[in-house]
Design a protein around this ligand. Structure first.
Ligand code: NI
Ligand code: MN
Length: 228
């Protein structure tokens, strides 16, 4: 599995001959490492409706003729923009054509804003367990620390986890260290930091703290990849 960090919480994931993008927020993202029109993907996955995760979802899906996979209420809003969608809910699994997506809980909020500024309920926020080519990535989505991360780690073989460390809107680095330990992934990618002033953090310091706990971290710059 190859994981490319495209900035903020957006990951391009390739494995088993498939490519998916999680939380495409590229237009208007000051640290974006790609343009939405450059993405060639087989599916778009969303953790929740906030614009810093979902803003390019419909456009990327339409350009690629592929579905957006999201919680059912959010999928409904995306479908109104003309994109093909697959609406799921927390705990459920989608498994087709080499892409396996299981939605886990996340502690956050989720809403979706239309072009006219109307804000809509977008269902529960989720984390995503994505399995492709025999490897599993756990993208936690925007979340606080929660103790069932231990259970998620115990019940799934997780090769890599990507988690927010920005604080303010999500857990910060101290809580994320415990999250990394509880999830028990072999590799940890910090995300959702340094995009905007309120979420400024030191990714390398977080990786050094992970190392003290015997965990391998990767503070990827936008555009950088790891192969796991
Ligand atoms: Ni959010
Ligand atoms: Mn966010």
């Amino acid at each position: 599995m190859k994981i490319t960090f495209l900035g903020h919480a957006c990951l391009l994931v390739e494995g088993g001959g498939k490519r998916v993008v999680i939380d495409p927020f590229l237009t208007g993202n000051p640290v974006a490492a790609a343009k939405p029109e450059d993405l060639r993907v087989d599916a778009v996955l969303l953790t929740h409706g906030h614009a810093d995760h979902s803003s390019d979802a419909a456009g990327v899906a339409q350009a690629n003729g592929c579905p957006v996979i999201a919680v059912v209420e959010l999928a409904g809003h995306i479908a109104r923009k003309g994109a093909q969608t697959i609406g799921m809910n927390t705990g459920g699994t989608y498994d087709q054509d080499g892409i396996r997506v299981k939605l886990t809980q996340a502690f956050h909020s989720s809403s979706f804003e239309d072009e006219d500024g109307q804000v809509h309920y977008a269902g529960q926020p989720v984390g995503i367990l994505l399995t492709m080519g025999g490897k599993t990535l756990y993208h936690t989505g925007d979340t606080a620390l929660f103790s069932d991360m231990k259970m998620i780690g115990e019940r799934h073989m997780i090769d890599c986890t990507a988690m927010p460390i920005g604080d303010f809107f999500t857990m910060g680095p101290e809580d994320a260290l415990d999250a990394a330990e509880w999830i028990g992934a072999k590799h940890v990618i910090p995300m959702h930091y340094n995009t905007f002033p309120p979420i400024r953090q030191d990714g390398e310091r977080f990786v050094a703290k992970l190392k003290e706990r015997g965990i391998i971290g990767h503070a990827l710059q936008p555009g950088e990849s790891i192969e796991i």
